[in-house]
Write a protein that binds this ligand. Sequence first.
Ligand SMILES: C/C(=C\C(=O)SCCNC(=O)CCNC(=O)[C@H](O)C(C)(C)COP(=O)(O)OP(=O)(O)OC[C@H]1O[C@@H](n2cnc3c(N)ncnc32)[C@H](O)[C@@H]1OP(=O)(O)O)C(=O)O
Length: 356
Amino acid sequence: MTEWTDTETFARVLERVDTKEKGNCFEDFEVGDLIEHDPGLTLTRWGNESWMSQTLNHDPAYWRTDAATARGFDEPPIHPDYLTAATLGITVEDLSEKGGYFLGRTDVRFPATPVYAGTELRVESEVVDTATSSSRPQYGIVSWRTRGLDAETGDVLCSYERTNMIPRRQPVETDGGAETEPEDDERAEDEELPAEFVTPEGGYFEDFAAALEDADGRNAAVAYRHERGRTQDDVTVASLPLATLNTAKQHHNADVMGDSPSGGIVTYGDVTRSTALGHARSDERTWREVGFDDETFHTFVASGDTVYAFTRVLEADDADSLESGTVRFEHIAFNQDDEPVYSGTRTAEIQKRSSN
Ligand SMILES: C/C(=C\C(=O)SCCNC(=O)CCNC(=O)[C@H](O)C(C)(C)COP(=O)(O)OP(=O)(O)OC[C@H]1O[C@@H](n2cnc3c(N)ncnc32)[C@H](O)[C@@H]1OP(=O)(O)O)C(=O)O
């Protein structure tokens, strides 16, 4: 047998062989296609705790039995952020391993919570939209509706619609994303900031409701920043996504990513978002997560970047519960240069002080 392992010969061999490719290109997706993802994952206490500890989500109800039972759970449950990240991680091999970027997600809901450790997750996605990117001819834009199911009962545990930029096999002619003149009412510069920012006094429902009432009728908004930051390292950039079976090369193949728009590996969007939410939750009395909408990833987060968080309180609804009221927030994650990297709205039940 000819020896192929001297460097020169091996380079010539590599040039001539085919590569067994992974993942799908834009052309492989058609609206209506249903994809049942082969990877599955058992949602474990270890996976949950690794994710939650590293993203600074330290709500005691997810760590201590007494705090969990006080919140109405049988035991510390799987956190909705980890459930969301695991549901998405499993899909990457089929949907986005080829490359391209996670642009946004909406309608994130948890129809059958709480979910406990030991639950096996089965995930399926339906292609709901495919579009040409007018600014980037080598990519298309694909949206999927994904459902994470309890493999045993078939109950939908997590559901959302997500959009990625996906590489095309064949670039297309585009208009180059020519700028159109914005309508008058779309001009960002015309939008004035409020004269005053109100900070809630505490983290209970009553504090958010009082702050909104204080701002109401005045040129004021309820908005504040959180002190904590989390610098991205090997654990957050590569280990956490791989623990959700997310095979996106963006997070663990520095060789390939050197030659990409980001110029290197980047943090999994769900890590960025969960870290910012962890900072926000550390300043409130979260009771239950309800859902997330209009999530957008604005720019890359890379190893060495620090993720901070900002919160704007949009609405507070007393609801019909003695324990909690419903609050809608906008959260913005930003980096050490104060650039927004993620934004989205979140609806959560927040504990009432009067329930103590
Ligand atoms: C999971 C997973 C991968 C990841 O987690 S990757 C990490 C998270 N994502 C990111 O870090 C991406 C951050 N975003 C960016 O850096 C920039 O948006 C990007 C991707 C470089 C593109 O920037 P551009 O300035 O070139 O363009 P736009 O931001 O205007 O967007 C390009 C086109 O996409 C359309 N678009 C953007 N957001 C959405 C959305 N939420 N829904 C639908 N369409 C969206 C936008 O309109 C542009 O369209 P054109 O026709 O004008 O091209 C994994 O692998 O799955």
